[in-house]
Design a protein around this ligand. Structure first.
Ligand code: NAD
Length: 338
């Protein structure tokens, strides 16, 4: 059993903790929380051991009458691998402790590539991550793009991809974040960092991106234009390739998938925990070859897509699994459709 700690119990940490607890080859050693709120109470009710982030937080938990097993450092010592799901930049600071205690760690996309020196997407580069000390699971947008671009690159060769990202403005719980009535250019300058981030996983695939935020809390929508090396690539072949790609679902407008809200409605019907959609979705109707370039729309459920990647990243660091073994274990434990 791989003993796993989850440090940071927010959007990604809570989901990853549940996913780890669902693996037959992993044991969730505990989670780290900063304060004794309802999320901490629910974690205790699930049977998870809570560790306070530091001594001050430990006293706050005790003062609130909530049972904590120790502080973060205690949990790190008891674990083989840490999934660091703290806010952007905090993971980089935590690395000092992981190094000092000789523990392996999985960081998230809010950290710079250099924090782990290896950016991870299971179906793209699992084998190169085997046995490493640190990996960084890339952001939700980068994960979605890497899954599709890697598949297209293997089948046809990708000369260059251009991507426009309409990003959800905030996660559902973030009541103080906007915008409410605006589309925010983020960044105003071109390119955005997303394309460059894809190239930390797929260095030979040139990706240029631009991005803006829209007033929704569920899903990013990507518009892709991809130049393929294989001039014989047809819409039918592209559909086949994407249809065969794990963790990418083909959906269709004629089935009622007209917007991100119908995709999330579908996810709710799947009756997974929190209505999570771990797969990215590509609209079959949007796949078009025009003037030798491939066009498509893709949707990404930002809260969920990196969860299976974190589980696979743990196995890669632990060693002893092939990419396809790990992906199959993760997919079946999380009910991933294909
Ligand atoms: P979040 O704010 O929801 O959760 C972070 C949690 O860590 C919070 O509960 C916070 O209280 C806690 N925390 C803060 N300092 C801590 C410390 N010192 N020790 C332990 N816990 C601490 O953030 P999130 O959205 O889960 O993001 C986590 C990481 O995942 C970031 O790198 C982010 O960029 C990345 N990510 C986020 C999303 C998303 O859509 N939310 C998607 C993909 C990747």
């Amino acid at each position: 059993m791989i003993r796993v700690a989850v440090n940071g119990y927010g959007v990604i940490g809570r989901r990853t903790a549940d996913a780890v607890a669902a693996q037959s080859d992993m044991k969730l050693a505990g989670i780290v929380k900063t304060k004794p709120d309802y999320k901490a109470r629910l974690a205790l009710e699930k049977g998870y051991s809570i560790y306070a982030s530091d001594n001050q937080s430990f006293d706050t938990f005790r003062g609130a009458g909530m049972n904590v097993s120790g502080v973060a450092r205690d949990l790190i010592k008891e674990s083989d691998i840490i999934v660091d799901a703290c806010p952007d930049g905090v993971g980089a600071r935590n690395k000092t402790t992981y190094e000092e205690l000789g523990r392996k760690a999985v960081f998230q996309g809010g950290e710079e590539h250099r924090v782990a020196d290896f950016s991870f997407v299971a179906q793209c580069n699992f084998d190169q991550a085997i046995g490493r000390k640190y990996v960084r699971v890339v952001s939700c947008n980068t994960t979605g793009l890497c899954r599709v671009l890697h598949a297209l690159d293997r089948a046809f060769g990708v000369k260059r991809a251009r991507v426009v990202l309409a990003r959800r403005a905030a996660d559902p719980e973030e009541s103080s974040k906007g915008p409410i009535d605006a589309v925010v250019l983020d960044p105003i300058t071109v390119p955005s960092h997303h394309g460059e981030d894809v190239m930390t996983v797929l260095p030979h695939v040139e990706v240029i991106s631009m991005a803006f935020k829209v007033p929704t809390t569920h899903m990013h929508l990507h518009s892709l234009i991809v130049s393929l090396k294989d001039s014989e690539a047809s819409e039918g072949r592209v559909e086949e390739v994407i249809g065969d790609t794990t963790r990418v679902l083909l959906i269709e407008g004629k089935e009622g998938f007209k917007s991100t809200s119908s995709v999330m409605d579908y996810a709710r019907e799947l009756k997974r925990g929190r209505s999570d959609l771990f797969e990215s979705v590509v609209w079959r109707d949007s796949i078009k070859m025009l003037d030798g370039e491939l066009y498509m729309f893709m949707g990404v459920h930002q809260e969920a897509i990196v969860v299976p990647e974190n589980v696979d990243a743990i196995r890669a660091l632990a060693g002893g699994y092939t990419s396809s073994e790990s992906i199959a274990l993760t997919n079946s434990s999380l009910g991933i459709l294909k």
